[in-house]
Design a protein around this ligand. Structure first.
Ligand SMILES: Nc1ncnc2c1ncn2[C@@H]1O[C@H](COP(=O)(O)OP(=O)(O)O)[C@@H](O)[C@H]1O
Ligand SMILES: [Mg+2]
Length: 465
């Protein structure tokens, strides 16, 4: 990979950095390192195989995990206030001392499940004395379980590890080490990360967070863009940006995580489809473009920003076809004049334009891509009421043509960050909410919604029979 040598902040045209980014700019990582440089001593998280501590981590055996596993299953939580749920959770987490004696020690204790992902679970934990010096008082353990039917290590985990070795930036999650208790291929593997109290999805959905004011919105979007610009400057595409992959520490610092789909980018290369979670997926991917690049991440940042403004997912659909119609309804029907190269790079372009081209009749995609009716673009009017400058930036982030879409670097120079109230500065943006309460209230809301959905489905079933 060839490398730009200047840090993102140093490249910007208006002074050093937008307001609020000053402290962060000093923390921006240096020039991209080659994989070999990334593996230099002291930088590369070693794969550790140490004590047979596995038993302490089997769900159901560890009191801490069992406590965490109870979350959402305890009867009657719907009637409790978030504060009550929180205090009962604290009680569940305290492991009985007898069990502590029997269990082989891990280098981390007090594990609490804070997230569930594709390949395993994420726990908050405390490092032992030896690790506390380098890892701080709290870490996140992302645990990968080898299933019986798996052959070898999950490719997403390997990718995540490889990419994270190359990247170091204040707005990308820091990987401390990779740990496996035994050399057995079925042994769980832990990626040990710095800990962030919340993710943006939780913040957006939590009823405890009543308002997210404009300086904080600016600070969040600015930090995401800083991280994305750094990745792109290092020829890496994230390919799964969404609110749940944007973590927020109690200090208000944003950390992009989940590099399982990330890939290095080479211009002209054809990549896999589909990538990017549907609600954050740009139009070129849905129109069958495999020669995509960093602009796919910029679209996702636009979708995240829109969600932050409205406090709900802005473009969403039952499936790809439905999602595309919603996308056209907000961003307009794509036109050849706005996106001339689409005919060449998007397999389904002619269908999308409603042109019945013989060569494009054959498609393996199950979803329709043509707009049901021609739509006009209405991004500016849909968001102007919330924030006029924000709507203008959004319009640039959600450009249909990837060529016309603003880059992360230029977006950082947008008027949104420079006019009106400045973004909250590093060191001055600690979260004003109780993070445990925010998390608990969101979990509780999700459970109530799930119960309501289940009840509705049962009623519909009963009505049918
Ligand atoms: N370092 C971390 N600190 C705190 N919570 C985290 C951390 N990493 C992940 N999480 C939580 O776990 C969830 C799933 O983790 P993620 O890395 O996105 O896994 P997956 O690839 O399975 O989506 C995240 O959405 C977040 O809520
Ligand atoms: Mg994730």
């Amino acid at each position: 990979m060839s490398s730009p040598s200047a840090s993102p902040a140093a490249k910007r045209s208006r002074t050093d950095a937008p307001p609020g980014a000053a402290a962060q700019a000093t923390a921006v990582a240096p020039a991209r390192r080659s994989p070999a440089a990334g593996a230099a001593p002291g930088r590369s998280p070693p794969i550790t195989k140490t004590s047979p501590a596995l038993a302490g981590l089997r769900p159901g055996k560890s009191p801490a995990l069992a406590g965490a596993g109870l979350r959402g299953r305890s009867p009657g939580t719907a009637q409790k206030s978030p504060a009550e749920i929180l205090s009962s959770k604290k009680r569940q987490r305290t492991p009985p001392s007898a069990d502590r004696r029997d269990r082989p020690e891990l280098p981390w204790t007090d594990l609490v499940c804070v997230g569930k992902g594709t390949y395993g679970e994420v726990y908050r934990a405390r490092p032992d004395d030896a690790r506390r010096r380098t890892q701080g008082t709290t870490v996140a353990l992302k645990k990968f379980i080898q299933r019986d039917d798996d052959w070898g290590f999950p490719i997403t985990t390997l990718r995540e590890h490889k990419i994270l070795l190359q990247l170091r930036h204040a707005n990308l999650i820091r990987l401390h080490e990779v740990y496996s208790p035994s050399s057995s291929y079925k042994s769980p593997v832990f990626m040990v990360f710095e800990y962030a109290e919340l993710d943006l999805e939780i913040v957006i959905q939590s009823p405890v967070v009543r308002t997210i004011d404009e300086p904080r919105q600016k600070s969040i979007v600015q930090q995401i863009l800083e991280g994305v610009h750094y990745m792109h400057a290092n020829q890496v595409m994230h390919r799964d940006l969404k609110p749940s992959n944007c973590l927020i520490t109690r200090k208000g610092d944003v950390k992009i995580c989940d590099f399982g789909l990330a890939r290095s980018y080479k211009p002209g290369h054809a990549y896999t489809l589909p990538v990017v979670t549907l609600n954050y997926r740009p139009p070129e991917l849905l129109l069958g473009c495999r020669h995509y690049g960093p602009p796919i991440d910029v679209w996702s940042v636009g979708a995240i920003f829109a969600e932050l403004l409205k406090r709900e997912i802005v473009i969403t659909g039952r499936d790809e076809g439905d999602y595309l119609q919603k996308l056209y309804a907000l961003c307009g029907t794509p036109r050849e004049v706005d996106w001339p190269e689409a005919r060449k790079v998007c397999k389904h372009w002619r269908e999308a334009c409603g042109v019945r081209g013989v060569e494009d009749k054959v498609t393996t995609e199950p979803y329709p891509v043509a707009a049901s009716v021609p739509r006009r673009r209405r991004v500016l009017e849909a968001f102007a009421e919330r924030s006029e400058a924000g709507a203008k930036l959004l319009d640039r982030l959600l450009a249909l043509s990837p060529k016309k879409r603003v880059t992360a670097k230029d977006a950082l120079d947008d008027d949104f960050f420079w006019e009106g109230a400045p973004p909250l500065a590093a060191g001055d943006r600690s979260l004003p909410w109780d993070c445990d309460l925010v998390r608990a209230s969101r979990d509780d809301t999700q459970r109530s919604q799930a119960r309501a959905r289940q009840k509705k489905a049962q009623q519909q079933q009963a009505a049918k029979s």
